[in-house]
Write a protein that binds this ligand. Structure first.
Ligand code: ADP
Ligand code: MG
Length: 397
């Protein structure tokens, strides 16, 4: 279960979400059609899209950064994700969202970024004061397919309910979602690998299926500070969205009704509407159609809400996919106008919180066990001294 403890604060400044664009190398399929490039990089942040000398189709876009096929991963990670994870460790919510046409590198990018984020989380926690700080890390993975939210860590657990906190519209619980508690980097990587990477590489059918579903890794970090009796809770969303192309391009499955096919794209069209309305107006009283789909309800906190968000657009420079690339860039241009109002999740008097009660009890148990171990160790040491003395006796006699 996910809990949020946000407290709205009017004085908090609005910040724009960060939007980056990553280009993958041209694919074989693209090169079979054309080797023409439709993107010109004008500066580290600005690009121009055009087709030959067709002035109608010429448009420039400015983002927070552009990544070319040769841009090193550490640079991509530092610019897109590092600060988000740092904020999550402090008790903010944060998201990294990949958006783009199928086959442009959303999953590739997420698979590269996730282990680095996991490493940063455990390093960040490792430098804390062990005696004063107690932490707990939980992971959940969901997929949204045809407007059903499914639990990836427990495949039998499907079609989960979303429950909004009535007082705080954007705070949400995903009912009965499995949360696994993890204590090491390897353990967390392992769960994520089994839940996402394996699914994506297993078979062609599975790959096609995952291309049509939204996949979100949810990592929650609880940090309890004994001296101040406060709890900081930060949640990180790593979102690999469904391919942004129109359904007609995707050869829908045979035997599926049109209604079913529409469901596949429902969340994505709703996302486009949410981004469009947030980009036009940022007044919170303005209607934003979050409720139109499962995805937008789940991402409400991260789009126009109280979290830190980075959007990574993935596309190709090859002219073969020009129209899809233009759609992706247009989506990114709108998203750049979205502003969030980040709020830290701090709970005072946290020893009353059930999660903390459990952690404190566990800590006492561990300390008792340590005491027992120490006693046994000491007994054993005394015992070995006796044996040594005895041996010496034998040798010298
Ligand atoms: P998506 O998830 O957007 O559908 P994938 O991540 O599955 O796309 O990528 C499609 C193909 O392109 C894969 O074979 C992947 O290895 C390759 N690819 C994607 N991005 C890159 C990149 N930046 N560098 C090299 N290959 C890439
Ligand atoms: Mg994918």
């Amino acid at each position: 279960m996910l809990n949020y403890y946000n407290r709205p604060n009017k004085r908090i400044p609005l910040i724009y979400i960060n939007v980056f664009c990553r280009f993958r190398p041209p694919s074989e399929l693209e090169l079979e059609h054309t080797s023409n490039n439709c993107i010109t990089i004008l500066s580290p942040k600005q690009l121009l899209v055009r087709k030959d000398n067709n002035l109608d189709i010429q448009q420039d876009y400015t983002f927070d950064g552009l990544f070319l096929p040769r841009t090193p991963l550490d640079q991509i990670y530092t610019r897109t994700t590092k600060q988000i994870v740092e904020n999550v460790l402090m008790g903010y919510n944060g998201a990294v969202i990949c958006y783009g046409q199928t086959g442009t590198g959303k999953t590739y990018t997420m698979n590269e970024i996730t282990p680095l984020a996991v490493n940063q989380i455990f390093n960040g926690i490792g430098i804390g004061d062990r005696d004063n700080e107690i932490f707990k890390i939980e992971v959940s993975i969901i997929e949204i397919y045809k407007e059903q939210v499914n639990d990836v860590l427990d495949p039998k657990n499907t079609n989960l309910n979303l429950i909004e906190n009535k007082l705080k519209r954007k705070n949400l619980t995903i009912e009965n979602l499995t949360s696994m508690s993890v204590t090491s980097e390897n353990e967390l990587n392992d769960i994520i690998y089994k839940g996402t990477i394996k699914r994506n590489t297993n078979s062609t059918t599975m790959r096609e299926y995952t291309a049509k579903s939204h996949n979100i890794i949810i990592i929650t970090i609880y940090r309890y500070y004994k001296d101040k009796n406060i709890l900081r809770t930060g949640t990180l969303y790593l979102c690999d969205l469904e391919g942004s192309e129109k359904i007609t391009k995707m050869n829908p499955d045979e035997g599926e009704s049109i209604e079913e096919q529409k469901l596949v794209n429902k969340s994505l069209s709703a996302l486009a509407s949410v981004v469009q309305s947030l980009s036009v107006k940022n007044d919170t009283t303005f209607h934003v159609p979050y409720r139109d789909s499962k995805l937008t309800r789940i991402l409400a906190e991260y789009l126009g809400g109280s979290a830190y968000t980075t959007l990574i657009l993935t596309c190709t420079q090859n002219e073969y996919n020009l129209s899809e690339t233009r759609n992706t860039l247009l989506f990114g241009e709108r998203a750049k106008k979205i502003r969030n109002k980040p709020v830290i999740n701090i709970e005072q008097n946290a020893d009353k919180n059930p999660i903390i009660k459990e952690l404190l009890n566990k800590r006492i148990e561990e300390e008792n066990n340590m005491d027992e171990k120490d006693k046994i160790k000491q007994k054993f040491e005394n015992f070995s001294i006796i044996i040594l003395v005895t041996c010496n006796d034998i040798i010298f006699k």
